[in-house]
Design a protein around this ligand. Structure first.
Ligand code: G3D
Ligand code: MG
Length: 182
């Protein structure tokens, strides 16, 4: 089975870094903002259920409606990322999710609070989105919440384990393989 998976979230939250960390296990400090759309494919499995994920990684800023619907089209699950050090990225994620659900229906979702390594590094006066707040946000969508750091790798494999689990629940039978688009 083959599934298109979408990264969602504001520019700078760490989408490209999470994908890079998962796919080749590295982290690059001076990441150029992604231009256009990048893809990565990987094989996943759980309990004898196997699939290929084609993971789509969105450019930094994608404002044009037509492009967003092209990006969303045929997406079977989404990884919705905010930055735990920037409250505005959580508010913006709500818009992203609403637009996705309007376009594709309520596809399985994993909510990710990235940059957890910055807890304890940034000054204590700096506002952070707590785990409880992240969990409350995810609960609105009945989605799992995972805190990650693309920098030290914490939680990253869990994102893809959860996506795999959600897809295997929704598409248990290989015969039910969804069409690529539509
Ligand atoms: P995006 O693809 O969502 O736009 P990027 O985000 O992956 O390009 O990351 C944006 C910036 O955040 C990058 O820094 C990157 O190094 C940093 N970053 C990503 N994930 C983490 C993380 O988990 N922890 C920390 N500390 N930083 C992270 P620059 O400086 O290149 O803008
Ligand atoms: Mg990027």
């Amino acid at each position: 089975m083959f599934f298109k998976i979408l990264f969602l979230g504001e520019g700078g939250v760490g989408k490209t870094s999470l994908l890079k960390r998962y796919v080749d296990g590295t982290f690059t400090e001076d990441m150029k903002q992604t231009v256009g759309v990048d893809f990565a494919s990987c094989e996943v499995g759980c309990d004898g259920w196997n699939a290929t994920l084609q993971i789509w990684d969105l450019a930094g800023q994608m404002h044009f409606r037509e492009l967003v619907s092209y990006y969303f089209a045929g997406g079977r699950a989404a990884i919705a990322v905010f930055d735990i050090t920037m409250l505005t990225t959580m508010d913006a994620l709500e818009d992203w999710i609403n637009r996705l659900f309007e376009a594709e229906g309520e596809i399985p979702l994993v909510i990710v609070g990235n940059k957890s390594d910055l807890r304890g590094v940034l000054p204590s006066a700096h506002p952070f989105i707590s785990k409880a707040e992240g969990q409350r946000f995810a609960d609105k969508y009945g989605a799992p919440f995972i805190e990650t750091s693309a920098k030290d790798g914490r939680g990253v494999s869990k994102i893809f384990a959860e996506i795999t689990r959600l897809l295997s629940e929704r598409y248990p039978d290989p015969e039910d393989s969804p069409p690529l688009i539509g």
